[in-house]
Ligand binder design. Structure first.
Ligand code: FAD
Length: 353
């Protein structure tokens, strides 16, 4: 059975909901298809101690402020799940869960969206699939010989499961620093390795400033002015309270990246080694764009070339929430609202006779 609508949004995490909010405001018929069976997108799966890097009032989607979490300046992931659950109910967003999109094809004046439960024909599609489903693991020599446990950020839950073990955490970004701090606070035998010395943002800078800096950079580039350097110019790690306390207590002592894995641990080029029962790779993500491969739009680093959120070579496709290349700070709660609004407006113009 093929159903028809003006817009299919693929993904019902925060980005898909922000798209739905603006499409609804413009009176555009749409459906949001989400593979997961419960609301909240990737926030349902993060580790137990994760805290947002911005206070609640700076982590809001369009239209509805995130309420403060009692006793917490920086809310936890469950608070975000509750907020997103309430958000989609409040705006009666047409989310269909358990609906995995396997492929999107061109179909004359339509895009055909294939799911396990049947096809949709849409005049435009918004891709809001996130990155959580595509963890990135670098190709490090010796990885096939290593016999210990290998995890990515997405599989990390809590220090308890590493009790009595030696753990190597790889990665100098927020996930690496937060997971290293989590393990260090719990007294786990830890080696934290980073490709370059960790770059902490000043202690008084959090996600609020990051949003402002990303926006200023986009404005400068759009106006043809010099690149201001964006968020990366400030540092890589937001010094959220657990990271700050671990760092200040001397619990985070980063080592440079090792050169290879051994059967029982890691080895550096100078011959030093460390045994490891587990290596946790906090090495980032790639955009989950496999359903769009039939459109043959892939560019460098797995991205699709965009102007704003619109795919350059397929004006009926918009991409939302993947990073600055789909709108300044669009991969954050506070940042996704503006590109979602712009995408909805462009789609509205496209659909106008
Ligand atoms: P997701 O939350 O991943 O949602 C995508 C949805 O699409 C999922 O429900 C998925 O099931 C669905 N989907 C995927 N593929 C398909 C398919 N083929 N068919 C149907 N459905 C599909 N941002 C902040 O603002 N503050 C923070 O403090 C913060 N901390 C972060 C910490 C970590 C460790 C990470 C990884 C990110 C953090 N972010 C933070 C960034 C960002 O807000 C989150 O990654 C957020 O989950 C992105 O939302 P999203 O809707 O784009 O993607």
């Amino acid at each position: 059975m093929t159903r028809r609508t003006d817009v299919v949004v693929v993904g019902g995490g925060q980005s898909g909901l922000a798209a739905g909010y603006h499409l609804r405001r413009l009176g555009i018929d749409h459906v949001i298809l989400d593979a997961r069976t419960a609301p909240g997108g990737a926030w349902q799966h993060t580790w137990d101690s994760l805290r947002l890097f911005s206070p609640a009032e700076h982590s809001s989607l369009p239209g509805r402020r995130m309420p403060v979490q009692p006793g917490q300046t920086y809310p936890d992931a469950q608070h975000v799940v509750d907020y997103l659950t309430d958000y989609e109910k409040r705006y009666e967003l047409p989310v269909q869960r358990g609906a995995r999109v396997s492929a999107v094809h061109r179909d004359g004046a339509f895009l055909r969206v294939e799911t396990d439960g049947g096809d949709w024909q849409a005049r435009a599609v918004v891709s809001a699939t996130g990155t959580w489903n595509r963890p990135f693991l670098p190709a490090v020599p010796g990885r096939r010989e290593y016999t210990g446990r290998r995890l990515h950020t997405v599989q990390y839950q809590a220090p308890a499961e590493f009790s009595g073990q030696r753990v190597v955490v790889v990665g100098g970004g927020n996930s690496g620093a937060q997971i290293a701090a989590d393990l260090a606070h719990a007294g786990i035998d830890l080696v934290w390795v980073t490709q370059r010395p960790p770059r902490y943002l000043a202690d008084d800078i959090d996600g609020r400033a990051l949003f402002d800096v990303a926006t200023a950079r986009r404005r400068a580039l759009d106006a043809g002015r010099a690149d201001t350097g964006g968020v990366a110019s400030l540092g890589d790690i937001v010094a959220v309270p657990p990271v700050r306390t671990a760092r200040d207590a001397g619990l985070l002592n980063p080592k440079p990246m090792f050169s290879r894995l051994t059967p029982t641990g890691v080895a550096w080029a100078d011959g030093t080694t460390a045994e490891a029962d587990a290596v946790i790779w906090c090495t980032g993500f790639r955009p989950a764009l496999a359903p769009f491969s039939a459109l043959r739009l892939r560019g460098t680093r797995g991205h699709i070339a965009t102007v704003g959120t619109r795919a350059v070579d397929e004006p009926r496709l918009h991409l939302l929430g993947y990073g600055d290349w789909t709108g300044p700070a669009s991969a954050t709660l506070i940042g996704v609202g503006r590109p979602a609004r712009d995408a909805a407006r462009e789609i509205s113009a496209l659909l106008s006779p």
